[in-house]
Each structure stands twice: as C-alpha cells, then as structure tokens.
Write a protein that binds this ligand. Structure first.
Ligand code: SAH
Ligand code: SF4
Length: 371
C-alpha cells in the first residue's frame, strides 16, 4: 500500500537557485529584481511567513502566498544526548524520514546533514547502508535540514559577526553525497551565498566513500573540504568494507585526492578510518596507511567503530586505537581519535538509520523494495 502524498500544490521556494527564483517571479508577472529581496528574507532572515516580509508590497505577499511556500521539513522526533548532541528525524513530504545531527562544541558546532534517504551503497559496517528504500534528497530538503536546525537554535537572522553555534556543515549524514551531486552542489551553493546563510567553503566538509569522477567536479565547482572514507589499505579488504572500491580502487581514489585543488594550499584532506577489531587495525595497517597518503596534505581521522543492532563487527580496543594512532602520528600526520558523540541516541557516525525504518524492519521485510 502506498502512503498518500499530502495535497499542497504550492511550489517550494527553498532549494531553488537564484535564477530559478527569478523565473518563478516572472511567472507571477513580477520583476526579477524582487528575487534579491525574497532571497534575503528566506536565507538571511529565515522567515517562512510571506506576511512578515515587510519590505515586499502587500499585494505581492498575498499573491505569492497562494501559489508558493517557504517550508521546512517537519520534525518527527527530536532527541538530545547527555553530551548535548541533538538528532532530528525529519519527515519529508512523501513521508520518508531522514536524520540530521548537531554536534555542539564550546562556542560553535557542526550540523551533520544527510544527502539521501538511506544510501545507494552498502558498506558492510554502516547501519545506513542496510536501509532498503533509497532516494536522493532534493536541494530544498538538504538546505532545509540545516535551516530547520537553525530554527531550533534561533540563529536567524544570519549573525554578521561570525559568531554562531551552527558554524559548520559536514555532509556526513545518511547517504553518499557524490551520488546525488547535482542536488548537493545546488544546496551548498545556496548555503555559501553571501547574501544569505553565507557559510564559507572552509566551514563545509563533504565526506565520500570515493566516487572518483565526482571528486574532481566537487573540487572545481565547490572547493569545499574533502573527507575520504578510506577504512582499509588493501583492495581485497576495502572491496569488502566499502564495495564501491571494486569500481574505483584505492590507487585511483588517491590519484583523485592528489589532484584535488585544496591539497595544493594550506587545507588538508581528511582520511577517515574506522577502527574495527581484528579487521583493519594492525600495526602493519597503520604503516601502510601512512605510505599510501604520503605526498597528500592529509589529516587522518580515526573513528572508533560504532556498533549497531545486528552488526558482526566490534570496535578495536582503546589500547589498539592508541597504538595505531601513535604510528600515524610518528609519521608526521595529525590523527585525532574521533570521540564518539551522541551514542546514547544512535546519532554517532554510521548509526543513522531512521527510527521508523528500524521499527518496520521486521514487519515489512517481505514487501521492502530493494533498489
Ligand atoms: N557516505 C559518505 C558520508 C556518510 S558516512 C561516506 O561514506 O563517506 C560518514 C562517515 O561515517 C564515513 O566515514 C563512514 O565510513 C563512517 N561510518 C559508517 N558507519 C560507521 C560505524 N558504524 N562506525 C563508525 N563510523 C562509521
Ligand atoms: Fe553509504 Fe557512507 Fe554508509 Fe557507505 S559509509 S553505506 S557510503 S553512508
């Protein structure tokens, strides 16, 4: 049985590019310059109610409200961890759910944004990869997650002095962002626009499992920070952990990293490496890791494996992780061990899988559609 889509024929403005917004206004017989004013209300002021957009003519406000809307994904659940990490389960217009996490630090914090419902890929250690129903998020749904997170911290209008709690975006939620490149690029372009949310590309990190052809585009067109989910130093093991490796093996991936524009200046590429007991965590693995990334301005992020119900993998011991980190450090690479955040609310890396999917897991296994 399919779930009925709620009938709201109005066109969503969040997620349209500036040019597309201007086109909508032309369709309403308005001058395209109004797009600049509207953009400011939507992305600088964070206003969702046309009636309150007081610099716009009253007639225009009434007219546009009949055919268009400025929405947010609706909040299905909101949980806050004992460590302050916050997780939203957003319900989209077609009743699909997607998760977003905010990780606060003292005077700033990163919003971990999803790019897909589920994930096109099936990395063996990742909970998101076990979700059967997958679709790409629209640009509006991607920006909308960040905007809704900002609503709950009252960070509108965009602070001009640079002080904001929601200061960074990491594309590390559910999904493979480079398999939804067009929409992710459009969303990040909106987020970086100086007359709106105005987040610098230096505050945005995109994490990929290694979609080689799109890495180049991402560097040229967006120039955001790049994080690579490496996780293994040999192709036979990486084929198992990150199966997309069969298509783009380690040496091709590292070549793409060497060509990535940010690696030529002070910024570094982050290599993520999940520590799994007895699988990828030996001293020899650590030595090979530093050999592989040699020559690339790199930072190595060791992530303790976060277990989830049903996984056969275990996290490496603290001792093992620190010995591994020592080898990487001794070779001259900064290798912070990422402290898991929000574990108590299943908000840590690789644990995202919408709650409703988890609940449904056993009830509709037979009817689930595998893409
Ligand atoms: N699909 C992208 C971004 C989302 S995953 C990617 O794979 O890079 C974000 C990070 O969490 C990736 O580095 C991913 O490999 C890691 N991850 C996935 N499952 C994990 C788990 N159970 N424990 C720790 N990290 C995990
Ligand atoms: Fe997808 Fe990333 Fe999880 Fe792999 S690790 S299944 S690419 S979300």
């Amino acid at each position: 049985m399919t779930t009925p889509i709620p009938f709201d024929p109005r066109i969503e403005l969040v997620g349209l590019s500036r040019a597309e917004l201007a086109e909508e206004l032309v369709r309403l017989d308005e001058k395209p310059f109004r797009a600049k004013q509207l953009w400011h209300w939507i992305y600088h002021q964070g206003e969702t109610d046309f009636a309150k957009m007081t610099t716009l003519a009253k007639d225009f406000r009434t007219k546009i409200a009949e055919t268009h809307k400025v929405g947010r994904p609706s909040v299905a659940t909101l949980q806050t961890s004992t460590d302050g990490t916050r997780k939203w389960l957003f319900r989209l217009d077609d009743f699909k759910d997607v998760e977003t996490v905010y990780i606060p630090e003292n005077d700033r914090g990163a919003v971990c944004v999803s790019s897909q419902v589920g994930c096109t890929l099936t990395c063996s250690f990742c909970h998101t990869g076990t979700q059967p129903l997958v679709r790409n998020l629209t640009s509006g749904e991607i920006v909308g997650q960040f905007m809704a997170a900002r609503d709950s911290y009252n960070e509108w209008p965009t602070p001009q002095d640079g002080t904001r709690m929601l200061s960074n975006i990491v594309m590390m939620g559910m999904g493979e962002p480079l398999f939804n490149y067009e929409n992710v690029a459009k969303a990040l372009t909106i987020v970086m626009d100086h007359e709106g949310i105005s987040l610098s590309k230096r505050r945005i990190t995109l994490s990929t499992s290694g979609i080689v052809p799109e890495i180049e585009r991402c560097g040229e067109e967006l120039g955001v920070n790049l994080a690579i989910s490496l996780h293994a130093v040999r192709d036979d093991l990486r084929d198992e952990l990150v199966p997309i490796n069969k298509k783009w093996p380690i040496h091709e991936l590292l070549e793409a990293c060497r060509r990535y524009p940010t690696s030529s200046n002070a910024r570094r590429i982050t290599f993520e490496y999940v520590m799994i007991k007895g699988v990828n965590d030996t001293d020899a693995d650590a030595h090979e890791l530093v050999n592989l990334v040699r020559g690339i301005p790199a930072k190595i992020n060791l992530i303790p494996f976060n277990p989830w119900p049903g996984t056969a993998y275990e996290c490496s011991s603290n001792n093992r992780i620190h010995k591994f980190a020592d080898i990487v450090n001794a070779a001259g690479y900064s290798s912070p061990v990422r402290r898991p955040r929000g574990r108590d609310i299943m908000a840590a890396c690789g644990q995202l899988k919408s709650a409703s999917e988890r609940a449904k897991k056993f009830s509709d296994r037979e009817t689930a559609v595998t893409p």
